[in-house]
Write a protein that binds this ligand. Structure first.
Ligand SMILES: C[S@@+](CC[C@H](N)C(=O)[O-])C[C@H]1O[C@@H](n2cnc3c(N)ncnc32)[C@H](O)[C@@H]1O
Length: 254
């Protein structure tokens, strides 16, 4: 894969360590439990799962061992880490670009997930259309996104309205599609490493889904569950509970 691809290869050591075995704070406390619930993953009869942009395999590790599982990611080192960390020998991990045809033969998965990965892919429409080719009719696709309305890197931030003493969210740009460089901050070695976030409006994302023959079945917005301390705690906690951090879109393959 070319150096200029969108994989997280350059930051894989830092990213893998920050996710760890069980996931980072938001994985553990919000994202993974809610994703398992939305996809109705049960121990007794697990569905087959396609994990697109699987990273070092954090979602795979919370699935029942009897799951039929394939994960793909554009970073070869994250894929190696996922293979190393899995306790389920039947799980498959592939180094592949999700915006190109997948190196997977199965075309009847019960569900697919982009877990915080779609917004790191440049051609999201192609990645979603590729996912559809590997799902059976009636299967579910779950997109877990940084909330595209409120959490747009470099284009949104917190502010305080001095008159009302209320914290608000400033949104500078939203409708335009944007390729936004993200300077990773993992410390010494990989300090200068850069990844990209590819922003699209909700209208665009739902358009990508419907063009690939998915229909939206539900939508959830998840707020940060962190709590502040000190003089501004009440104001900050209120703002956090009003402005969601993540958006989950569940769609059905038609
Ligand atoms: C924020 S990480 C999320 C990884 C994992 N799902 C998790 O929650 O820990 C985004 C992932 O998307 C992967 N990625 C970026 N562009 C990709 C592409 N075109 N095809 C496949 N994976 C890609 C990156 O390598 C990275 O592992």
């Amino acid at each position: 894969m070319k150096k200029k691809d969108t994989s997280w290869e350059e930051v894989e050591g830092w990213y893998s360590a920050s996710v760890g075995e069980k996931g980072h704070y938001y994985h553990r406390t919000l994202i993974l439990p809610n994703a398992l619930k939305l996809l109705r993953i049960k121990k007794e009869k697990p569905p087959s799962v396609l994990d697109i942009g699987c990273g070092q395999g954090v979602f795979a590790r919370c699935l029942p061992p009897a799951t039929t599982y394939s994960g793909i990611d554009a970073s070869p080192s994250l894929i190696e880490e996922a293979k190393k960390q899995t306790k389920s020998p039947s799980f498959n991990f592939h180094h592949a670009d999700a915006t190109k045809p997948f190196p997977i033969e199965k075309t009847d998965f019960d569900c697919a997930i982009f877990l915080l990965s779609l917004q790191n892919m440049e051609h999201q429409e192609a990645a979603i259309a590729n996912a559809r080719k590997h799902l059976r009719k009636g299967a579910h696709l779950l997109l877990v996104l940084n909330h595209p309305c409120f959490r747009i890197p470099r284009q949104s931030s917190w502010g305080i309205d001095e008159a009302s003493k209320q914290q608000y969210r400033r949104i500078q740009r939203y409708m335009s599609s944007m390729k936004i460089p993200i300077q990773m901050n993992p410390g010494k070695k990989e300090q200068s490493a850069q990844t990209f976030s590819f922003h699209h409006s909700l209208t665009d994302t739902i358009g990508f889904l419907s063009k690939a023959r998915f229909s939206l079945t539900s939508l959830e917005e998840w707020c940060s569950n962190k709590k502040s301390e000190g003089a501004k705690a009440k104001m900050e906690d209120r703002a956090r509970s009003e402005i969601p951090l993540f958006l989950a879109l569940l769609a059905r393959a038609e």
